[in-house]
Design a protein around this ligand. Structure first.
Ligand SMILES: *Cc1c(COP(=O)(O)O)cnc(C)c1O
Length: 361
């Protein structure tokens, strides 16, 4: 399909340069937004149409809009970086475009041609290039998403969809490098079940995870770890990050993609980089009891979580009911740091890109 042409709607009053400079000097994740958004509409007769780069602003929705009732909504998250040489670049945008459509299929939504997804992402970065935070680790976090926009209360896949991309300037997720986080193992709530939507990046999965995340915070932890729904035994992932375990022989374990885990692009990149570095990598189930036993015996030396927003986050401590265990020395480990550096160096254009992950804009 030939890509749709984008109409550019001029912004009547973009944020003034000094106010923008103040906003991006120290951005808090997800609170500050750029001047523009991309919007593309879908209906069954016209297909994808009405592609616009326009001033960012509120949406006007009919109260019967399907997404507000039945939650047909999916999203993506990726970053545009400014490389050390000044060029702007995207990391693995094709993978995000493909995953978006995998999510769309699971949620019975219209698929967006991959080249249109990528064109939309390029358009927003071009429109808001002035919004890159001039700080170490700064990036434009891009949020493509799509919702069922048909006004109809009948229960069926909608016949109209609205796709948008918004952008948010972000600094380093954790200022001064990632501290080790403390995790709470949820034994009451699960995130995804076999046959469910765990592998789709849909808002509903997040809605279902929030009560468990709140419980973790209330108990003094940073994040929740979910176990599998059937046996409450196998480690799955956090609310929005995949998990890795580092053994004392230097090998790496991560839960396999069985349909209940979100197939993270950071997860995939780290698996590839670990293999490139000659590490043994196993995608296999890892039980919560085993994690505790291995951390206690020293057979497990490090654990970390990964995702686009925070990249790589070391795990320091895990609490399960009344018992807690510490991972390694409770701080960031060496293998974790090595893999993170390798990934960040490719993302920032400081290291060769043998897998063709970086798209310069
Ligand atoms: C987005 C997401 C991840 C991480 O995926 P990346 O592509 O690495 O950002 C992990 N788990 C869940 C539930 C997610 O929604």
């Amino acid at each position: 399909m030939s890509s749709l042409a984008f109409t550019h709607v001029p912004h009547p009053a973009p944020v003034a340069p000094d106010a923008r400079a103040a906003a991006i000097a120290d951005p808090v994740f997800g609170r500050i937004f750029t001047d523009h958004m991309v919007s593309i509409r879908y209906n069954e007769t016209q297909g994808w149409h009405d592609a616009q780069v326009m001033p960012r602003g509120p949406l006007s929705l009919d109260p019967a809009t399907a997404v507000l009732h039945y939650a047909q909504e999916i999203f993506e998250g990726l970053k545009a970086y400014r490389l050390d040489d000044g060029t702007m670049a995207l990391f693995r945008v094709q993978a995000n475009a493909a995953r978006f459509n995998a999510s769309a299929r699971r949620m019975a939504m219209a698929e967006l041609p991959e080249e249109l997804f990528i064109a939309a992402v390029r358009e927003i970065v071009r429109a808001d290039a002035a919004w890159f935070p001039p700080v170490e680790g700064g990036a434009l976090y891009l949020r493509p998403f799509m919702y069922a926009s048909e006004a109809f209360l009948g229960v069926k896949p909608a016949s109209e969809y609205h796709f948008l991309v918004i952008a948010s300037p972000v600094g380093n997720y954790f200022k001064g490098g990632a501290p080790a986080v403390s995790l709470w193992v949820s034994e009451d709530y699960t995130r995804a079940a076999p046959g469910g939507t765990g592998a789709a990046k849909c808002g509903g999965n997040y809605a279902a995870s929030l009560v468990a995340q709140s419980e973790a915070i209330a108990k003094g932890h940073d994040q929740v770890v979910f176990l599998d729904a059937a046996e409450h035994r196998w480690i799955e992932e956090l609310g929005g990050m995949n998990m890795f375990f580092v053994m004392d022989d230097g090998s790496l374990v991560t839960p396999p993609l069985t349909g209940t885990i979100l197939p993270g692009i950071t997860r995939d990149a780290l698996l590839t980089l670990a293999r490139d570095a000659g590490l043994t990598v196993r995608e296999e189930r890892y039980a919560i009891d085993q994690w505790q036993a291995d951390a206690t015996s020293g057979r497990l030396t490090e654990s970390f979580a990964c995702g686009t927003a925070a990249v790589v986050t070391p795990v320091g401590k895990v609490t399960r009911g009344n018992t807690s265990f510490t991972i390694g020395a409770g701080g960031p480990g060496q293998v974790t740091a090595m893999l993170k550096d390798k990934l960040v160096d490719i993302q920032r254009g400081r290291a060769p890109d043998p897998h063709g992950w970086v798209t310069r804009l």
